[in-house]
Design a binder for this molecule. Structure first.
Ligand SMILES: *Cc1c(COP(=O)(O)O)cnc(C)c1O
Length: 361
C-alpha cells in the first residue's frame, strides 16, 4: 500500500472538480477574482479567522507574515528545532535569525517551557509549528508573547482542521500560515497557500506584499513579491474544503486504529494532550529500531516515510549557523527514530489493520 495516493481525492470528486475548473477557466479571470475571493471567505469561516489572504504557497505565507510584522536583519525568531525546514527558511529569507527550541519529546512539538530561555533583546516573533497536524501548546506561548511584547506567527501547514482547546487553528496567534501543497490535508493540484488572521491591517499588508507592494495598479508603496493564490487552484480548494471534515474523520479513525493496535508493541506512539484535536496529517511512531522496522514494513508491502530524516540544523543549508549536531540532541534523535505510517483519506480501515498486523510481526 502506498504511503499516499494523491490522485485518490481527484477520482473521488472528479465531477465536482472538473466542473469547478471549467468554471474558473470560463470566467476569464486568471489572477484574483471571484474564485479566489470565494475560497478566502470559506477558509476564513472554516478557521474562525476574520480574514484570509490567498498566496502562492506556504513558504511565501510565512515569509510575507514575517515581512508584514517588519521582521528583518538583526531580529530573532524562535522556531522549533524539529520541523520541516521551510519554517527556518522563511526566517532566513527576511534576513532574520532562526533561534531553535527543542520539542517536548512526548508530542514532538515545541516545548513551551523551553521558549523563555531562548529569548534575547532581539527576539521579535515566536513561530510555533503544529507538526504532524498536532496543535502546539499555544496558551503558554501566547502568554509569553503578551508579557514580552512579541508577536506569534503559527506554521499551520500541516494542521487543516486541527483544534486547540476546542477552537480551530486559524486565529490564536497574530498570523496563521497555511500551505495547500498537494500532500497536505487540504491540498491543491499545484502550489497554493494562505494566511488567516483577525487583524485587518496585517491582512491588508500581506495582500499588498504578495501583489508587488501594490493596492492600486501601477502604484507601488513598498517592494513586494508576486505571490498570489491561483484562481484555478482556489476553485479546486473550494470543492475539497467541503470534504475536509469527512477526510479528517477518516484520518482520525485510522489514527485510533493504530493507537489501539500498536499499544503493546513498544513503539512510542503519538501522545495527544487533552486540549488537542489533531488533524492527523501524519501518524508518527518512534523507535531506536526505526530503519529495521521500515525495511520490514517495506517487505510486507507497506510504504512509510520519515518526517524528517535530517533536522534543519544539520542540513548543509545551515552549515554556517554555528549549531553543532548535538546542540539540539532531541531534534537529532527524533530524526533517527521517527517513522510515519500510511494515513489519509485514501486509506480504509482494512488497510490500517494490515499495517497494524505488519508492525506486530
Ligand atoms: C509544507 C510545509 C511548509 C511549506 O509549504 P509549501 O506550500 O510547500 O511552501 C511549511 N511548513 C511546514 C511545517 C510544512 O509542512
Amino acid at each position: 500500500m502506498t504511503f499516499l495516493d494523491l490522485g485518490a481525492t481527484y477520482r473521488e470528486l472528479k465531477d465536482e472538480i472538473d466542473a469547478a475548473v471549467a468554471r474558473a477557466l470560463a470566467s476569464g479571470w486568471y489572477i484574483g477574482g471571484e474564485e479566489v475571493a470565494r475560497f478566502e471567505a470559506a477558509w476564513a469561516r472554516y478557521t474562525g479567522a476574520a480574514h484570509c489572504v490567498g498566496l502562492g504557497n506556504g513558504l511565501d505565507a510565512l515569509i510575507l507574515a514575517l515581512r508584514a510584522l517588519d521582521v528583518g536583519p538583526g531580529d530573532e525568531v524562535v522556531v522549533p528545532s524539529n520541523t520541516y525546514i521551510a519554517t527556518w527558511l522563511a526566517v532566513s529569507a527576511v534576513g532574520a535569525t532562526p533561534v531553535p527550541v527543542e520539542p517536548d519529546p512526548a508530542t514532538h512539538n515545541i516545548d513551551p517551557a523551553r521558549v523563555e530561555a531562548a529569548l534575547t533583546p532581539r527576539t521579535r516573533v515566536l513561530l510555533p509549528v503544529h507538526l504532524y497536524g498536532q496543535p502546539a501548546d499555544l496558551d503558554p506561548i501566547l502568554a509569553l508573547a503578551r508579557a514580552r511584547g512579541l508577536r506569534v506567527v503559527e506554521d499551520a501547514a500541516q494542521a487543516h482542521g486541527a483544534r486547540y482547546r476546542g477552537r480551530p487553528v486559524g486565529a490564536h496567534g497574530d498570523v496563521v500560515c497555511w500551505s495547500f501543497y498537494p500532500g497536505k490535508n487540504l491540498g491543491a493540484f499545484g502550489d497554493a497557500g494562505a494566511v488567516t488572521t483577525d487583524d485587518a491591517d496585517l491582512a491588508a499588508r500581506i495582500r499588498r506584499l504578495g501583489n508587488y507592494g501594490s493596492e492600486r495598479k501601477y502604484v507601488n508603496v513598498e517592494r513586494g513579491a508576486n505571490s498570489r493564490l491561483d484562481p484555478i487552484q482556489a476553485a479546486i480548494l473550494s470543492v475539497k474544503l467541503g470534504h475536509l471534515d469527512a477526510w479528517t474523520d477518516r484520518r482520525r479513525a485510522i489514527a485510533a486504529l493504530y493507537s489501539e493496535g500498536l499499544a503493546e508493541t513498544g513503539l512510542a506512539l503519538p501522545r495527544v494532550p487533552d486540549w488537542a484535536e489533531p488533524a492527523w496529517h501524519l501518524y508518527v511512531v518512534a523507535t531506536p529500531e526505526r530503519d529495521a522496522l521500515q525495511a520490514r514494513l517495506a517487505e510486507a508491502g507497506v510504504g512509510t516515510l520519515i518526517h524528517y530524516p535530517i533536522p534543519p540544523h544539520m542540513q548543509q543549508a545551515y552549515a554556517d549557523a554555528g549549531i553543532a549536531p548535538d546542540d539540539l540532541p532531541l531534534a537529532r534523535r527524533l530524526a533517527d527514530e521517527v517513522l510515519s505510517l500510511p494515513i489519509g483519506p485514501h486509506l480504509d480501515p482494512t488497510d490500517a489493520r494490515r499495517v497494524v498486523a505488519a508492525v506486530q510481526e
